[in-house]
Design a binder for this molecule. Structure first.
Ligand SMILES: Nc1nc2c(ncn2[C@@H]2O[C@H](COP(=O)(O)OP(=O)(O)OP(=O)(O)O)[C@@H](O)[C@H]2O)c(=O)[nH]1
Ligand SMILES: [Mg+2]
Length: 312
């Protein structure tokens, strides 16, 4: 397939096109992904998450610059929560990472939170695969650390950086749901502000209460706006990656991610098939009128799929 050949030769227009196809859930995307898949698994995938405005994009921008200086080509998937309302890619990330806009070894893709057939995690997972296949390594994924969708998205990374800011007492609470637990590296950004030591102490305290395996997530301080501490973040990500490889944890994680993706696809297909065979909406409506319990409605739909000629 011409598109695949071009993508594998790192034609960024082909890559952009392939990501759009995947995002829109087009049938052609499946073929592209299948053809590209053997070339995936090489890139280190780095998730960057944290509260809104913590400086994630600024940090990503600085990380790109550092990796570029070492000759790496960098892919970025920036998940944009605000476009759920505005319906377009935000200006913020574009502006923040503008310096790299003309660099062919940097590929930045913004993605809206909503409007993906089959969910955000699937769309971002496909985009990461395609960038990986095109030879970008590392691939960074930026999301705001709120909500299950975003947690699922960064969970698929090899290393998860959680970005916090000083004076975050309440913030920690706000993003606590699932995000702190999956952090491999903590970054306290805006370390030029007051309260950075306190934030580090609070975090350390929280970490000492929680459980962690062999890897104790380091707590690093950065001033993304002034380029301070970025080298340390990269070093921690690389150290973490080495730890994953050496401990066998990398394969375990990637297996778990594969499973998650397979399950997502499976659920999607079953629901879609049930919809074609009996109509989910129609059966729900019927169930509502007849006060049927949800298990029975699901049973009816599921057996409809099982007994239909059509494979899901
Ligand atoms: N004082 C200070 N400001 C910073 C620092 N890093 C980023 N900022 C500023 O913080 C604001 C938000 O930065 P972004 O990089 O857009 O933050 P973000 O986390 O990507 O934001 P969202 O994607 O909208 O959630 C911008 O005005 C940055 O200039 C820092 O280290 N110190
Ligand atoms: Mg951002």
């Amino acid at each position: 397939m011409e598109l695949v050949d071009r993508l594998l030769a790192r034609d960024v227009r082909a890559l952009a096109r392939a990501i759009s196809l995947a995002e829109e859930g087009r049938p052609q995307a499946r073929e592209v992904l299948r053809a590209c898949f053997p070339r995936t698994g090489r890139a280190t995938i780095v998730g960057v998450t944290g509260s809104p405005g913590a400086g994630k994009s600024s940090l990503v921008d600085r990380m790109i610059a550092h990796w570029r200086a070492r000759g790496r080509s960098v892919g970025v998937v920036a998940v944009d929560p605000s476009s759920a309302f505005s319906g377009g890619a935000i200006l913020g990330d574009r502006v923040r990472m503008q310096a790299h806009a003309t660099d062919p070894d940097v590929f930045i893709r913004s993605m809206a939170t909503r409007g993906h057939l089959g969910g955000l995690a699937r769309a971002t997972g496909d985009a990461v695969d395609l960038m990986d296949a095109a030879g970008f390594d590392p691939v960074l994924v930026e999301t705001v650390g709120v909500g299950q969708d975003e947690v699922d998205v960064v969970r698929a990374a090899d290393a998860v950086c959680v970005v916090l800011v000083p004076g975050m007492g309440d913030d920690i609470q706000a993003i606590k749901a699932g995000i702190l637990e999956i952090a491999d590296v903590f970054v306290i950004n805006k370390a030029d502000r007051e309260g950075v030591e306190r934030a580090a102490r609070d975090l350390e305290m929280m970490l000492s209460l929680g459980e962690h395996g062999e890897w104790l997530p380091p707590i690093l301080k950065t001033v993304a706006a002034r380029e301070e501490g970025i080298g340390e973040v990269l070093a921690a990500v690389e150290r973490h990656r080495e730890h994953l490889s050496a401990s066998g944890e990398l394969d375990r994680r990637r297996r778990a991610h594969l499973r998650l993706r397979v399950e997502t696809i499976l659920k999607e297909r079953i629901v879609a098939a049930a919809d074609r065979v009996l109509g989910v909406e129609r059966e729900v409506e019927r169930g509502f009128e007849q006060r049927t319990d949800p298990y029975r409605v699901a049973d009816r739909l599921f057996s409809g799929v099982l007994h239909s000629e059509e494979a899901p």
